[in-house]
Design a protein around this ligand. Structure first.
Ligand code: NAD
Length: 500
C-alpha cells in the first residue's frame, strides 16, 4: 500500500472535494511512490479563505519576530534530523541523484530556513526623521497578507522553501502549489511545520493541475501576492490573470545561461565548470550552462577534453550513491529534449557525444538520456536560443569577444551567466556587460542564502534568497506624526483663508 496524501489546509490533511487521487511515479522505473489529491477550484478557495482568516486574525503576523524566528529554526532542526529521508524522497520523485538531493537541495533548504529565520529579526524600517519641519516620519515594513507560491518540478522543496521561508519570516500566510509531478517532500514538510509550531492555516499546500489551481490563485482577490517559479509562458499567463486584482507579482522564469571562456583561461578549470554546470540535475536547471563560448585558440582541445569527461558520467538508478546522473523527470520532458536534439541535427549542429536513449536494458523503464554535446552551433539555431532543459551542452567557437558578448546577450532570457579567465579587470568589465541577474566569475551555479537570485528580461523580476527576497514579501508603510500640536497648520492657507 502506498501512502495517500490529502490537501494540507488549515493544519490538517483533508481529501479534496472530488476525492480523486493521482499516482506519483519514480521516473527511473515508473513504480508508484504515493497517491496525491487532485484538488479543484473549491479546494483552492477553501485554502485561500483559511489563509486569509488566519492572517486577518494575526495568529502568526502578530507574533514577535523572535517567536516566528524560533519556530522556523525549529523547523530547520526537525528537517535536518530527517535529511536522509527527505533526500531519498526527493531523489526518488524527481530523478535527481541521492548525493545531489542530500548535499545540494537539502543542505541549501536547511540553510535557507535558518537564514530567513534569523533575517526575520533584522527586518527593519528605514527612517525616522523630520523632513517637513512639522512632524516626524517613520518607515515600517509590514507583511503583505496572503501569498500564493507556485513551484516547478526540478527543485520541488528547495523552490518551495525560497517562497515559504521569507513569506513566513515576514509574517504572511501562504498557500503553495507544487508541480503536479513532484509534490511529496513539500507535503511531508507540512507535518514538520505543524510539529515546529507554525499555526494551523498559516502554511497550506494544494496539489493538482497547474492551470486550474494556478488560475484560481492568480485571480482570487483575497491573495495579495503571487510568486511563480516556472516557464516564461506560464509567467505571462500569471501576470495577465493577476492584473484583474492588481496583486503583487514575482516571477522567476527560464534561462539560457552563457559561459564565456576567455583565451587566457585554464583549460581544465573551464572544462570542469562546463561539465558540472551543464549536467547537474540532469541539466534540468534554469541556470545550467547551456551555451559555451570557447575562444578558437583552445576550442578543439576544450571539446576533446569535455567529451572525455562527459563520457565518464555514470547514468543509472538515482538512489545509488555511485550514480552521477538519474533519469529526466518524465517522458514528456525527455521527448522535449529529444526533439531539440533532432532540431539541432537538422539545423546543422554536430552531435559529438550523448543525446541518446541508453541501450542498457536495466534503464529501459526510465526516462534516461545520455549527456550530450553539440558543436558547430550558430546563434540562429533553436538549440542556441531556446531553453532545452535537459543534459545537452552547446558549444560555440569564437574569435571576436565583442561579437560574442552581443550573441550571449541576444536571447530573451537574462537569468545567469559566467565568464572564465585570469585578468580580473577584463573579467569585471565583461561582468558589467552581461545582461543577466547573476554573473559568476570562474565558477558557475554556486548559490548562497545571503545573495540574491533572480532574472532580467523575460527571466522575470523580483529576487529569491537574501534580504532582497525578504523585502519582496513585505510592503512599505509611511507613518507621519505631527509635532506642531496646533489646529491650523502653517500650510493650511494654501487651501483656504490667509497666510498667518
Ligand atoms: P511550468 O511553468 O510548466 O510549471 C511551473 C508551475 O506552474 C507548476 O506548479 C505548474 O503546475 C504551474 N502551472 C502550469 N501552468 C499554469 C497556468 N496556466 N497557470 C498557473 N500555474 C500553472 O514550468 P515547469 O516545466 O514545471 O518548470 C520548468 C521551468 O521553470 C523552466 O522554464 C525553468 O527554467 C523554470 N525555472 C526557473 C527557476 C528560476 O529560479 N528562475 C528555477 C527553476 C525552474
Amino acid at each position: 500500500m502506498v501512502k495517500k496524501y490529502g490537501l494540507f489546509i488549515g493544519g490538517e490533511f483533508i481529501p479534496g472535494e472530488n476525492k480523486e487521487y493521482y499516482p506519483i511515479l519514480n521516473p527511473s522505473n515508473k513504480s508508484k511512490l504515493a497517491e496525491v489529491t487532485y484538488g479543484n477550484i473549491n479546494d483552492t478557495k477553501k485554502a485561500v479563505d483559511i489563509a486569509r482568516e488566519t492572517f486577518d486574525k494575526g495568529v502568526w503576523s502578530d507574533l514577535t519576530p523572535q517567536a516566528r524566528s524560533n519556530i522556523l529554526l525549529k523547523l530547520a532542526d526537525l528537517l535536518e534530523k530527517q535529511t536522509n529521508e527527505f533526500a531519498k524522497l526527493e531523489s526518488a520523485n524527481v530523478g535527481k541523484t541521492i548525493k545531489f538531493a542530500r548535499e545540494g537541495d537539502l543542505f541549501l533548504i536547511i540553510d535557507n530556513l535558518r537564514y530567513f529565520a534569523t533575517a526575520a529579526r533584522n527586518l527593519e524600517g528605514k527612517n525616522f526623521g523630520d523632513y517637513s519641519g512639522l512632524g516626524y516620519s517613520i518607515i515600517k515594513r509590514e507583511p503583505l497578507g496572503v501569498v500564493a507560491g507556485i513551484v516547478p518540478w526540478n527543485y520541488p522543496l528547495l523552490l518551495a522553501t525560497w517562497k515559504l521561508a521569507p513569506a513566513l519570516a515576514a509574517g504572511n500566510s501562504i498557500i503553495i502549489k507544487p508541480a503536479s509531478l513532484t509534490p511529496l517532500t513539500l507535503l511531508e514538510l507540512c507535518n514538520l511545520a505543524k510539529k515546529a509550531g507554525i499555526p494551523d492555516g498559516v502554511l497550506n499546500v494544494i496539489t493538482g493541475p497547474g492551470e486550474i489551481i494556478g488560475t484560481e490563485l492568480a485571480c482570487n482577490k483575497k491573495i495579495d501576492m503571487i510568486s511563480l517559479t516556472g516557464d516564461v509562458e506560464t509567467g505571462k499567463k500569471i501576470m495577465e490573470m493577476s492584473s484583474s486584482t492588481l496583486k503583487k507579482v514575482h516571477l522567476e522564469l527560464g534561462g539560457k545561461a552563457p559561459m564565456i571562456i576567455l583565451d587566457d583561461c585554464d583549460l581544465k578549470t573551464a572544462v570542469e565548470g562546463a561539465v558540472v554546470g551543464s549536467f547537474w540535475n540532469s541539466g534540468q536547471d534554469c541556470t545550467a550552462v547551456t551555451r559555451i563560448f570557447v575562444h578558437e585558440s583552445m576550442h578543439d582541445k576544450f571539446v576533446k577534453y569535455m567529451t572525455e569527461k562527459t563520457k565518464t558520467i555514470i547514468i543509472g538508478d538515482q538512489l545509488k550513491e555511485s550514480t552521477d546522473m538519474g533519469p529526466l523527470v518524465s517522458s514528456t520532458q525527455r521527448k522535449r529534449v529529444l526533439d531539440y536534439i533532432e532540431s539541432g541535427k537538422k539545423e546543422g549542429a554536430k552531435l559529438v557525444c550523448g543525446g541518446k536513449v541508453p541501450e542498457n536494458k536495466n534503464l529501459a523503464n526510465g526516462y534516461f538520456l545520455t549527456p550530450g554535446i553539440f558543436t558547430e552551433v550558430h546563434s540562429d539555431m533553436r538549440i542556441a536560443k531556446e531553453e532545452i532543459f535537459g543534459p545537452m551542452a552547446v558549444i560555440f567557437k569564437y574569435k571576436n569577444l565583442d561579437e560574442t558578448l552581443k550573441i550571449a546577450n541576444n536571447v530573451k532570457y537574462g537569468l545567469a551567466s559566467s565568464v572564465w579567465g585570469k585578468d580580473i579587470n577584463k573579467l569585471l568589465k565583461i561582468a558589467s556587460e552581461l545582461n543577466f541577474g547573476t554573473v559568476w566569475i570562474n565558477d558557475h551555479g554556486i548559490l548562497v542564502s545571503e545573495m540574491p537570485h533572480g532574472g532580467f528580461k523575460q527571466s522575470g523580476f523580483g529576487k529569491d534568497l537574501s534580504m532582497y527576497s525578504l523585502e519582496e514579501y513585505t510592503r512599505v508603510k509611511h507613518i507621519y506624526i505631527d509635532k506642531t500640536n496646533v489646529a491650523r497648520k502653517p500650510w493650511h492657507w494654501t487651501v483656504y483663508g490667509k497666510k498667518d
